[in-house]
Design a protein around this ligand. Structure first.
Ligand code: ASP
Ligand code: MG
Length: 464
């Protein structure tokens, strides 16, 4: 049994869905359960229509829905030829868009948009795409069974970020999914969405389909979880910046989670947890380049690689638009509770803090760009001096071998010795080295470090 997840760009149009069908047909003997995302952009459009409706722009909201309906109908017309099957799909589309119309009416009438309503809007994208895809599989002669994941993915009622009940998922999957897979049916279901125990639709958070795939993989005790996306897997750096970036064939969960914050383009960070706990390998593959072996993410660090040269660093990531806050108080010296007061402010304003470094009298920390920055500074100034440095960037080198290899920091900072470093941090796990620089230096720094660590001969077991 395997779980295969196809993201939005992998199912964005008829050609993409045909590739998906082709890919899956070659894996049928592994008994796949498919988790699909909404068509690329569909979730954004649905949420946009909700926001327009509550803002009193009902016509614009309806215009978006109309376009989305046409897009889905067009897709079904392209992919599904038998009249009876297509009519079934068309009916489902119509019912769904009627429901969305009622939601738009309701939201604009009330002038209120709750998270619960937002989830109701957003969830339709996956229901629509999966219905068309399941039908397209049947058209291709595959015995596909559409499953409403909400029957098995029971969550709490934290709308827009609901937490699933993994025990229930396991029980329900054993009853509703496993037997079908064993009979040789292909399950086609939705990522991202769930139900409260009272049957109210929820979502797991944006990008949540990867999480669904991992949860389902864990519940089914799958042999493999395959995340099919639109890149060749994890690369040694952003290929837009570093043209020579190479594919990382294998990395650990820890390395992947360290990278997840930087872009999360490849994997949703939370994906990692359910798979790690059960030691299920996660493969990242490219729907547009299915012959590539992608990136394998495994729970275990490969001890045989210790001491092997040139695979200490697996990837160099960066993130722009970072703000540094320097918070100082002479009272911090020997005082207790200072850090508490600082983090209490960030907790209250729901701002997440990333890199931190402290001295005896000051704390420097980074946050992503936030519209609550002024408020945070105002609050902090009640008990400390605060300076703000904007347009910064975080650069992060990740690799488990770092733990066993001396000299990495020296090589790193030597390669960029003319660049001003604002902050440095190395977590206790010692698998990443993170520092903050001016945004304008990012290009130079990332390229030079890539040269430093990846230009020599590299072990072909790890890089391509
Ligand atoms: N469709 C959802 C989103 O765009 C979930 C996903 O694609 O993972 O966030
Ligand atoms: Mg995604």
């Amino acid at each position: 049994m395997i779980v295969m997840k196809f993201g939005g760009t992998s199912v964005q149009d008829a050609a993409a869905i045909r590739s998906v069908i082709h890919i899956v047909q070659n894996k049928l003997s592994k008994r796949p359960a498919l988790v699909v995302s909404a068509l690329a952009g569909a979730t954004n459009h649905l949420l946009e229509s909700a926001r327009l409706a509550v803002a009193g722009q009902k016509h614009n909201a309806e215009a978006i829905l109309k376009k989305l309906h046409e897009r889905h109908s067009g897709l079904s017309a392209e992919l599904i030829k038998p009249i009876a099957e297509r009519e079934k799909v068309e009916t489902f589309l119509k019912t769904t868009f009627d429901k969305l119309q009622s939601l738009v009416d309701g939201v604009s009438l009330l002038g209120e948009l709750t998270d619960r309503s937002l989830d109701m809007f957003a969830a339709q994208g996956e229901l629509l795409s999966s219905t068309i895809i399941a039908s397209a599989f049947r058209e291709a002669g595959v015995d596909a069974l559409w499953l409403d994941i909400r029957e098995v993915m029971i969550t709490d009622d934290q709308f827009t970020a609901a937490a699933p009940d993994t025990n229930l998922l396991k029980n329900h999957s054993a009853r509703l999914i496993k037997p079908a897979l064993e009979k040789g049916k292909l399950i086609v279901t939705q990522g991202f969405i769930g139900n409260t125990k009272d049957g109210i639709t929820t979502t797991l958070g944006r990008g949540g389909s990867d999480y669904t795939a991992a949860l389902l993989g864990a519940a089914l005790d799958a042999n493999d979880i395959e995340i099919w996306t639109d890149v060749d897997g994890v690369l040694t750096s952003d290929p837009k910046m570093v043209h020579e970036a190479k594919r990382v064939k294998i990395m650990t969960f820890q390395e992947a989670s360290e990278l997840a914050y930087f872009g999360a383009k490849v994997l949703h960070p939370a994906t990692i947890t359910p798979a790690v706990e059960r030691n299920i390998p996660v493969h990242v593959f490219n729907t547009k380049n299915p012959v590539s072996s992608g990136t394998l993410i495994t729970a275990k660090h490969d001890r045989t690689l210790e001491g092997v040269n040139n695979c200490v660093i697996k990837s160099i990531a960066y993130k722009k638009n970072i703000t540094i806050l320097n918070i100082a108080s002479t009272r911090m010296l020997l005082a207790h509770g200072f850090l508490y007061s600082i983090f209490e402010v960030f907790k209250r304003l729901k701002i997440s803090v990333d890199v931190i470094s402290t001295t005896e009298v000051s704390v420097s920390l980074t946050i992503d760009f936030s519209d609550k920055l002024d408020e945070a500074v105002h609050e902090l100034k009640r008990f400390a001096q605060v300076t703000v440095e904007q347009e910064r960037a975080i650069v992060c080198l990740v690799g488990e071998q770092m733990r066993y290899t001396p000299g990495i920091a020296a090589r790193t900072f030597n390669a960029i010795r003319d660049v001003n470093i604002n902050m440095i941090s190395q977590g206790a796990s010692e698998i990443n080295l993170t520092f903050v620089i001016a945004q304008s230096d990012v290009d130079t720094v990332v390229k030079r470090l890539h040269d430093e660590f990846f230009s020599g001969p590299l072990p072909s077991a790890i890089f391509e």
